[in-house]
Design a protein around this ligand. Structure first.
Ligand SMILES: Cc1cc2nc3c(=O)[nH]c(=O)nc-3n(C[C@H](O)[C@H](O)[C@H](O)COP(=O)(O)OP(=O)(O)OC[C@H]3O[C@@H](n4cnc5c(N)ncnc54)[C@H](O)[C@@H]3O)c2cc1C
Length: 385
């Protein structure tokens, strides 16, 4: 077992870390206040190859290994989780399924634009009445000539209004259940796609999340992703993969909270000495550090399995649920260590506390992850005889 990063992975980490420190950190708090989407940062990420990290070189991507990609997500989240989520959505739930399930023609048409940042990507699964129970989605499609026509509403769509291409799930007939669902590559810049005003969110404020109405939106026949009826399988496999991005994001936010706390506990004096020298504070820091490393261990195991093409549904869910819950505990501990100052927007931990909250909700809530894990345990129980 080798826990060391190779030379290439170290290079990616150092490159993304210095980009994040120089180009993202100085304006992160300001963006949190204004909610302005950082198009300039995304343009630069496109130039650096950060928006098509898992896309093959023949389609203009950086063709990196999964660990390098997730190190990049962690480094971005350590500085600004809003930027990290937009980046991971375009990589994990748009480029990745096109790379995995797309035809050569689809890859040639969409991936070079997505990987270069000329177009940002996204994923449209959730609907107002279909969240955890995604298989109950009601957005319908029908064939008309050599096109597909989509009607329905999609909720909570990250990169809504700033993204162009979305992997969109719709059903031929809700009565068919999961078998009726197909996946399409939807161009959001067309008639019939109405992106509503961004949601006013607690955190991730410069990431845009919108309700999208589809009213006779047209998709060319050739933009069906995979075969008709394969959409739900494509969505589930995409989520197995993309949950690793949320685990990495959670580890990045928690790492930032630990670093802020170390700095503060070293410099803040009470009772005549740094609060870090109070054992209760030191032990809290020790637990934060240990839990971050435990989450990283689970994530790296899931990455290893994915890279060896092993089924990793359970491991991906375990990494996501543990890392996101750890993240929420760590940011809460960081606010506690900062005392009253942790409750002030002058201090970074206040933003981290708000940004962390969604990690146990999106890409499957903690309860959904536990459903996935317990399904695997059920099989194990049966096998015990
Ligand atoms: C900032 C943000 C960005 C997002 N981006 C995207 C995106 O880009 N694309 C996209 O498609 N979606 C996106 N989502 C949607 C997200 O994936 C859903 O919010 C999530 O899957 C939960 O669905 P829901 O909000 O409808 O909650 P619900 O499914 O209504 O759940 C409500 C509560 O009930 C619990 N619950 C539900 N069913 C069960 C059960 N069987 N057993 C136990 N507990 C249960 C849930 O765990 C939760 O605690 C985003 C959401 C947010 C907040």
């Amino acid at each position: 077992m080798d826990f060391a990063l190779n030379e290439h992975q170290e290079m990616v980490r150092d490159m993304v870390r210095s980009f994040a420190e120089e180009k993202i950190r100085p304006t992160a708090s300001e963006r949190d206040r204004s909610g302005k989407f950082p198009q300039d940062v995304f343009n630069e990420m496109g130039e650096l190859g950060l928006l098509g990290m898992l896309v093959g070189a023949e389609y203009g991507g950086a063709e990196m290994d999964l660990l390098s990609y997730l190190i990049a997500v962690e480094e971005l989240a350590r500085v600004d989780a809003s930027v990290a989520v937009g980046m991971t959505v375009t990589n994990s739930v748009c480029c990745w399924p096109i790379m995995q399930f797309g035809s050569r023609e689809q890859k040639e048409e969409f991936l070079p634009k997505l990987a270069s940042g000329k177009a940002i990507g996204g994923f449209m699964l959730t609907e107002p009445q279909a969240g955890s129970d995604a298989g109950s989605l009601r957005t319908r499609y029908r064939a008309e000539g050599d096109e597909w026509v989509l009607d329905g509403s999609k909720a909570w769509i990250t990169n809504g209004g700033v993204g162009r291409y979305f992997v969109c799930l719709a059903t031929r007939d809700p009565g068919l259940g999961a078998k009726g669902i197909s996946a399409f590559i939807l161009d959001a810049e067309q008639e019939g796609v109405q992106v509503n005003r961004p949601e006013e969110k607690m955190g991730l404020r410069s990431s845009k999340t919108c309700m999208v109405s589809l009213d006779g939106a047209r998709v060319p026949g050739k933009h069906l992703l995979g075969a008709e009826g394969e959409g739900f399988r494509i969505a589930l496999q995409t989520l197995d993969h993309s949950r690793l991005g949320i685990a990495a994001q959670s580890i990045g936010i928690a790492t930032a909270a630990l670093e802020e706390s170390l700095r503060y506990a070293r410099d803040r004096h009470q009772f005549g000495r740094p609060i870090m020298d109070q054992q209760a504070v030191a032990f809290r820091l020790a637990d934060m550090d240990t839990r971050i490393e435990a989450a990283r261990g689970l994530l790296h195991r899931a990455i290893w399995m994915a890279e060896h093409e092993m089924r990793h549904t359970r491991e991906s869910a375990q990494a996501k649920v543990f890392a996101s819950e750890m993240c929420n505990e760590v940011v809460s501990a960081a606010v506690q260590i900062h005392g009253g100052y942790g409750y002030s927007s002058e201090y970074t931990v206040e933003r981290l506390y708000r940004d962390a909250r969604v990690t146990t909700i999106y890409e499957g809530t903690s309860e959904v992850q536990r459903m996935v894990i317990s399904r695997a345990l059920r099989q194990r129980a049966e096998a015990l005889g």
